[in-house]
Design a protein around this ligand. Structure first.
Ligand SMILES: *[C@@H]1O[C@H](CO)[C@@H](O)[C@H](O)[C@H]1NC(C)=O
Ligand SMILES: *[C@@H]1O[C@H](CO)[C@@H](O)[C@H](O)[C@H]1NC(C)=O
Ligand SMILES: *[C@@H]1O[C@H](CO)[C@@H](O)[C@H](O)[C@H]1NC(C)=O
Ligand SMILES: *[C@@H]1O[C@H](CO)[C@@H](O)[C@H](O)[C@H]1NC(C)=O
Ligand SMILES: [Cu+2]
Length: 191
């Protein structure tokens, strides 16, 4: 082997080493979720009102991942208004088109259509939340995001014996008043 060939071999080995390193960095898993947004009747404070919720529950489904994972959430809007969903506290570097604020990074998801968000968990760890990002919809369309430590690593404290998710919200009076007003004023209520 002459000098030139040796140099090529060394360069090639260096290239392989870099490729291997890049592959190692992609260690997270991929998860898929479907959120179906639909109006549902809730009876609270002696009165029944319809609210837009994800998968029939308030708060909505929990997203649970490990640090470094990627999640695809297909949001199906079966409600009456255009709506978007924001992944609160997930920094999404170079992935802002999936951040969710309506009219800033995307148009609202029209009723009867769907939109798939790509959520890349890079440095986040702990408990965050997702919520609708269109006017008052965030009051009833929200849920928790649990980001466990990266696979192979541990909590920065002794592992708790038990964990419980607590979502604080204040929907009743606000939603009820908005609904009351809308049922009087709005022409595009779909039910
Ligand atoms: C939400 O509901 C849809 C339709 O019933 C279901 O396919 C999906 O798995 C549910 N998503 C979650 C996160 O539970
Ligand atoms: C909610 O209840 C009202 C009557 O109180 C009914 O007209 C409406 O269809 C119900 N909506 C849903 C989504 O069940
Ligand atoms: C989601 O929307 C696309 C168009 O953006 C459509 O082709 C597809 O059928 C929809 N899927 C569902 C499950 O609604
Ligand atoms: C409902 O309408 C009343 C009267 O127009 C207004 O004072 C009130 O602020 C409205 N409430 C909400 C929550 O929009
Ligand atoms: Cu937020």
């Amino acid at each position: 082997m002459n000098f030139k060939n040796k140099e090529l071999v060394v360069e090639f080995l260096g290239f392989l080493f870099l490729v291997a390193q890049c592959l190692c960095m992609v260690e997270g898993e991929i998860h898929f979720y479907d959120f179906v947004l639909r109006e549902k009747n809730f009876t609270k404070m002696c009165s029944t009102e319809s609210m837009l919720v994800a998968n029939g529950s308030l708060p909505g489904p929990v997203i649970q991942v490990h640090k470094g994972d990627t999640v695809y959430v297909n949001v199906h809007n079966e409600g009456c208004y255009g709506v978007t969903v924001h992944w609160h506290g997930v920094m999404q570097p170079r992935n802002s088109w999936f951040d969710g604020p309506e009219y800033i990074t995307q148009c609202p998801i029209e009723p009867g259509s769907n939109f798939t968000y790509e959520i890349i968990f890079s440095n986040e760890e702990g408990t965050l939340w997702w919520h609708a990002h269109s006017d008052w919809t965030r009051a009833s369309v929200h849920g928790a995001i649990i980001i466990l430590p990266a696979r192979g690593s541990t909590y920065p404290f002794p592992k708790p014996d038990e964990e419980e998710i607590i979502v604080l919200g204040n929907v009743n009076i606000f939603i009820y008043m908005v609904n009351r007003n809308m049922s009087i004023k709005s022409t595009n209520r779909c039910m």
